[in-house]
Design a protein around this ligand. Structure first.
Ligand code: GAR
Length: 189
C-alpha cells in the first residue's frame, strides 16, 4: 500500500503515520509528503528522508492546475491512498471524486460538530463536556464525508484551547493509525 500525505503545518500526524509504517504497525509505505506551503512538517519529513514536494497555489493560475499537479505527483509515486493530515485547503469536487474512497482526513472534533478551523476553540466556546477527533472519507463539502471512526476526550473544568488541542492530538495519533490499519487489512482502499 503506497500512501501519500498532504499537510500544511506541523506534521505530527504525518510523522506518526511514517513511524507506524517503519515499525511494521502498518503494512504500507509513505511514498510522498506534499505541503501546500513551506511548512514545519515538510522540513521534518525531509530530515528523515521521506520524499517531499511543496506545491503552492500561488504558482498556478487556477485551483484546477494546482490540484492537477498534486494528482500528478501522487500518481508518479503510485499512491493508492491519500491521507490529509492538517491539510488546510478545500479540495474541489473533481479532485475528491478522482480519489473517491481513497482520500481520508482527520479533524479535531466529533463531526458533524465544529467543522472548519479552530475546532477545539469552537468546542471550548460552546461548553461541550466531551470533545474528540474524527477520521472520515473526504467529500467535497468541508470536513464532511462518511465517518470511519472517532475518539472521545473529556473536557475538564478550566480547559483551554491549548490544553484541549494537546489532549485531542494524542488521540488523533492513535485513531489515524487504527483507521489506516483497518482499511489496509480489509483492503478497503
Ligand atoms: C490536527 O489537529 C488536525 O486534526 C487538524 O490540523 C492539525 C494538524 O496537526 N486538521 C484540521 O483541522 C482539518 N480541518 P499536525 O500537522 O501536527 O498533524
Amino acid at each position: 500500500m503506497n500512501i501519500g500525505i498532504l499537510i500544511s503545518g506541523k506534521g505530527s500526524n504525518m510523522l506518526n503515520i511514517v513511524k507506524a509504517c517503519d515499525n511494521g504497525t502498518l503494512n504500507a509505505r509513505v511514498k510522498i509528503v506534499i505541503s501546500n506551503k513551506p511548512s514545519e512538517g515538510i522540513y521534518k519529513a525531509q530530515k528523515i528522508g521521506i520524499p517531499t514536494k511543496i506545491i503552492e497555489t500561488k504558482n498556478f493560475n487556477s485551483k484546477l492546475k494546482f490540484e492537477n499537479e498534486i494528482t500528478n505527483i501522487l500518481k508518479i509515486n503510485k499512491v493508492s491512498l491519500v491521507c490529509l493530515a492538517g491539510f488546510m485547503k478545500i479540495l474541489s469536487k473533481k479532485f475528491v471524486s478522482q480519489w473517491e474512497k481513497r482520500l481520508i482526513n482527520i479533524h479535531p472534533s466529533l463531526l458533524p460538530s465544529f467543522k472548519g478551523i479552530n475546532a477545539q476553540l469552537q468546542a471550548i466556546k460552546k461548553g461541550v463536556k466531551y470533545a474528540g477527533c474524527t477520521v472520515h472519507y473526504v467529500s467535497s463539502a468541508i470536513d464532511d464525508g462518511e465517518i470511519l471512526d472517532q475518539s472521545i476526550v473529556k473536557v475538564c473544568k478550566n480547559e483551554n484551547e491549548q490544553s484541549l488541542s494537546k489532549k485531542i492530538l494524542i488521540e488523533e495519533h492513535k485513531l489515524y493509525i487504527k483507521v489506516l490499519k483497518n482499511l489496509i487489512n480489509k483492503e478497503l482502499v
